[in-house]
Write a protein that binds this ligand. Structure first.
Ligand code: SF4
Length: 493
C-alpha cells in the first residue's frame, strides 16, 4: 500500500506529499541512449480536471524523463505538490489524482542532469514565502548554477539542482509580482531552460534566449496549456497556438495570456531533438519530427550507399531513418530485431546474473529474417558504442553474412551542457577514435554517419539557428564557469 508522508507544510499554504520513495533501477547497464533532461507541462483551466490533464500530459512526455514524476496543483489559496521516484503511471493513481484539485497545475518528469536522482531533487520544486507559494518545473540545464547559488542565503534550499536554485531566487523577493522578479532574474540565468511555474492563482512559462529546449503554447476550450512538445497538446485535446519564443515570458490567468520579452531572441534549438529526443509525432519549428527523420535516412543512403539485402532499424529510435534509407536505396525494409518495450526503468533490483544479460533483455534478433542476409542496421547515434557492438555480434551469431552500420547523426564527440546527459568526452567513443577505428571496435563490415550538413539540411533550418555543439564542440552559450557538471552543487557541500 502506498505510504503518504507529509514532507513540508509551511504557512499552512503549501505542502509536498511523498510516495513510498522507492528507487528505480535501469536494467540496461550499457546505457545505450542519450538521456533527455525532462518534460514539463502546465495547464490553467478553471472547470477542468487539471491534475488529470497534467497526468496525461506527462504521460505523453514520459520519453523525456523516467526517473521521477510530480504534479503541483492549486485551487486558488494553496499549492499542493505530489512527487515520487518512478514513471508517471507508477507515481500516480486515481486516488492520488483525486486529492489534487484546483484550476491550475504544473507537472514534470525527470531525467537528472544536475543533482542526483533522489526524491529531494524530483520536481516540481516548491518554495514558500510570506507572499505565498511557488512551484516550478524545468527542462534544460543551467551553466552558471554555482554563481547563481552564491546569491542565495544559506539554508534557502535543500536540493542539489539548478532548478532548486532558480526556484529559491524567484521566491526570494515576495514583495513584487513573480513575473517582474523573473523578468529581472532570467537575463542573468545562463544555459538551457524551458520553465513552467505557478503561484496560487497564475501559471507562468519562460524559455531561454537561445530556445535550446522546446516549449509550446496550446489552447483548451476553457483554458491554456504549456508543454515541452506538441504531442502532449494532442493527447490532452489542446490545439497548438505557437511556440513560446526564445527569451519570452508568459503570464496566464483569468485575463488571458500576456507576453513579455526579457531578452533578445538568439535561436539555437537543439539539433538532437530531431535526431532522437522528441517524439516522432511532435512538430518543432513547423517541421514534423517523423518526416525529418525519414528524410535523414534518405540523405544517409545517398551519402553512404552499400550493396545489401535488407535494411533493419535498431528499434524504435532507428525506425524512421531506416524507412528513409530503404526508400532511397531500394533495399527492402524489415524488422530484424525484436524489442521488449517493457524493459527499462523498473523497480526490480536486478541481480548480477540478470545484468550480464545486458542488451539481450531489450533486443533479440529474428533469425528467420536475417539468416544469410547482408544487413544495413540503422541507429540514431553512438554514444559509447557498447550497444552497437553487442548488436553487431548478435546479428552475426544469428546468421547475418554482412553487417553495415548506418547512423542518423554525425559522431557525438563533445558533451552536452544544456540538458542531455551525454558522457564526458573521454567516455564518448567518437571523442577519441576515428570512424574507421570505431567501425573496427564495433566489428562492423562498414560504418557510415550522416554528415552534419546533411542532417542540418533535413531539418530545413539554417545552421545558425541550431545548437550542434555535441558534434562540433562549438557551444552557442559559452561555458565560462568551470564549475559545471551534474554534481556541481553536491560537490560544494
Ligand atoms: S550539445 Fe547537442 S544535445 Fe546538447 S543542446 Fe546542443 S545539439 Fe542538443
Amino acid at each position: 500500500m502506498r505510504r503518504f508522508e507529509q514532507r513540508q507544510c509551511l504557512n499552512r499554504l503549501d505542502c509536498v506529499l511523498k510516495g513510498d520513495g522507492r528507487l528505480g533501477h535501469d536494467l540496461d547497464p550499457q546505457d545505450r541512449a542519450p538521456k533527455d533532461a525532462c518534460g514539463v507541462f502546465g495547464v490553467w483551466a478553471p472547470g477542468e480536471d487539471v491534475s488529470k490533464l497534467t497526468y496525461y500530459g506527462l504521460y505523453a512526455l514520459q520519453h523525456r524523463g523516467q526517473e521521477s514524476a510530480g504534479i503541483a496543483v492549486s485551487e486558488g489559496s494553496r499549492i499542493l505538490v505530489y512527487k515520487d521516484m518512478g514513471l508517471v503511471a507508477q507515481v500516480f493513481d486515481e486516488s492520488i489524482l483525486g486529492t489534487l484539485r484546483g484550476h491550475l497545475s504544473i507537472g514534470h518528469c525527470r531525467y537528472s542532469t544536475t543533482g542526483s536522482s533522489v526524491w529531494e531533487n524530483a520536481q516540481p520544486t516548491l518554495s514558500s514565502t510570506d507572499g505565498g507559494g511557488l512551484a516550478l518545473a524545468h527542462n534544460g540545464n543551467l551553466i552558471n548554477t554555482a554563481q547563481l547559488a552564491e546569491r542565495l542565503t544559506s539554508g534557502a534550499m535543500r536540493a542539489t539542482t539548478d532548478t532548486e536554485v532558480l526556484t529559491a531566487l524567484l521566491a526570494q523577493d515576495a514583495s513584487r509580482p513573480v513575473d517582474d522578479v523573473a523578468a529581472e532574474l532570467l537575463p542573468e540565468v545562463k544555459g538551457a531552460y524551458s520553465l513552467v511555474w505557478m503561484n496560487e492563482t497564475t501559471l507562468f512559462a519562460a524559455r531561454d534566449p537561445q530556445g535550446i529546449r522546446p516549449l509550446v503554447l496550446g489552447r483548451l476550450e476553457r483554458g491554456w496549456v504549456v508543454a515541452s512538445e506538441t504531442a502532449a497538446l494532442d493527447i490532452v485535446g489542446a490545439s497548438f497556438i505557437r511556440e513560446i519564443e526564445p527569451g519570452e515570458l508568459l503570464t496566464i490567468d483569468e485575463r488571458g495570456v500576456r507576453s513579455r520579452r526579457f531578452a533578445v531572441a538568439e535561436p539555437k534549438g537543439c539539433l538532437f531533438e530531431y535526431v532522437y529526443l522528441a517524439r516522432p509525432d511532435t512538430t518543432i519549428a513547423g517541421r514534423g519530427v517523423q518526416s525529418t527523420r525519414v528524410e535523414v535516412g534518405r540523405v544517409l543512403a545517398r551519402e553512404h550507399p552499400v550493396d545489401a539485402d535488407l535494411v533493419i532499424p535498431t528499434p524504435e529510435s532507428g525506425t524512421p531513418a531506416a524507412i528513409g534509407y530503404a526508400e532511397q536505396s531500394g533495399i527492402p525494409y524489415g524488422q530484424g530485431l525484436v524489442k521488449n518495450s517493457y524493459v527499462g526503468r523498473t523497480f526490480i533490483q536486478p541481480s548480477q546474473t540478470i545484468r550480464q544479460l545486458g542488451i539481450r533483455l531489450k533486443l533479440n534478433p529474428l533469425r528467420e529474417v536475417i539468416e544469410g542476409k547482408r544487413l544495413v542496421v540503422v541507429d540514431d547515434s553512438i554514444v559509447r558504442g557498447n550497444t552497437q557492438r553487442a548488436i553487431v555480434k548478435m546479428l552475426r551469431e544469428a546468421g547475418a553474412t554482412e553487417v553495415h552500420v548506418r547512423i542518423s547523426s554525425p559522431p557525438v564527440a563533445w558533451p552536452c551542457f544544456y540538458g542531455i546527459d551525454f558522457a564526458t568526452r573521454a567516455e564518448l567513443i567518437a571523442g577519441s577514435l576515428s570512424v574507421e577505428e570505431i567501425r573496427s571496435s564495433l566489428g562492423a563490415d562498414s560504418l557510415g554517419y550522416i554528415s552534419l550538413d546533411g542532417l542540418t539540411r533535413a531539418t530545413t533550418l539554417p545552421a545558425d539557428r541550431l545548437c550542434r555543439a555535441c558534434f562540433t564542440g562549438e557551444y552557442p552559450i559559452p561555458i565560462e564557469d568551470d564549475r559545471v557538471g551534474k554534481f556541481v552543487l553536491e560537490a560544494q557541500r
